[in-house]
Design a protein around this ligand. Sequence first.
Ligand code: NIG
Ligand code: FE
Length: 415
Amino acid sequence: MIVLLKNISSLLQIDDEELSYRAGKSMMEVHKINDAFLLIEDGVISDYGSMKDLPKDAEFQATKVRDLQNKMVFPAFNDSHTHLVYAGSREIEYINKVKGLSYEEIAKKGGGILNSANLLHNTSEDELYRQSVPRILEIMSQGTAAVEIKSGYGLNTEDELKMLRVIRRIRENFPLIVKSTFLGAHAVPAEYKSRQSEYVDKIINEMIPVVASEELAEYIDVFCDEGFFSMEDTDRILNAGLKYGLRPKIHANELAFSGGIQTGVKYNALSVDHLEFTGEQEIEVLKNSETMPTILPGASLFLEMRYAPARLMIDSGLPVALASDFNPGSSPSGNMKLIMSLALIKLHMLPEEILNAVTLNSAYAMGISDVTGTISRGKLANLIITKPIPGFEYFPYAYGSDLISDVLINGVSVK
Ligand code: NIG
Ligand code: FE
């Protein structure tokens, strides 16, 4: 099956250098061809170039030809941080927040992560899968072709496994790439209150071995922050995970200068995520690492908390990835186009930096930048075709408009 996209007004984010990510000033680099063609063979990008160089027989050989006058094409989004497998929803907590209740008061009323854990406990695996499917369909139609999904609303072995099995089922039944992360250390369950280290023991001795033996996760996460898991807890958990080949991708510095970034880098985390509390020291540590700093502005918007200092990070030479954090408590949306707009409006990132952050850098943050994240020969044909827009800058700027005409995953339209 050969698909030819022709007369593309602008083909963005082409890359022949096989970069694994872009950092600092290079985040402004987005290579493009105006008036371009792109050829897809069996779901993979086989060629691209300027229309004037379109091979003579290409149109004749193609199974399908699409004329994209006025439409742009760029790589589909890679969302490297979500919690989209969850039971029920938590909008009533948000109403209580609007009415003036604090986070602690909401938690006392049975809200927060433990509320989701309770709902999930009372939901069967089949029902949990059924509730997750519309979220997957929605994010694919919004341009996401690869997603990382975490456990962490189980908080006991059986329920964590239930979540991870649902994630595996999603991977088996949908065309998008799905990466799975074990987040047993998301919160301390109520029955372990004031016995936190015993819960950490349970994660290490009981949960990690079975998650690894069933090959249910590639990555391991810890909510390393004030009031959740300490640097010492995180040390112990990441050490145990590494013994089973689980590379860390951790929640760090959302609520305080918690040392999470330093701990993540110490264990060669693939990414450290959130980063609202990042200063010069943290930036220095990240500079000498292979860890992708990942910012989740949806959570800052929804919780009305501070935003990560993206500008300072990029101006200091760091790479930045952006992700949705799709979850019922702090970011109930997986809309990556909205994340791009928040990056423009609230993080003061420039359109080129934003495109690198949601395609190539986020692919790196989930270990897939060799197969996706740029328009390159041999990479997957995971693509967004825009509606007619005046220029790429319009895409994050028009924050409420649906500007996506088509989403292709492995060359096949899912929108
Ligand atoms: O990434 N920060 C920790 N965990 C989630 C929130 C989860 C929830 O409230 O359900 C987050 O923002
Ligand atoms: Fe998160």
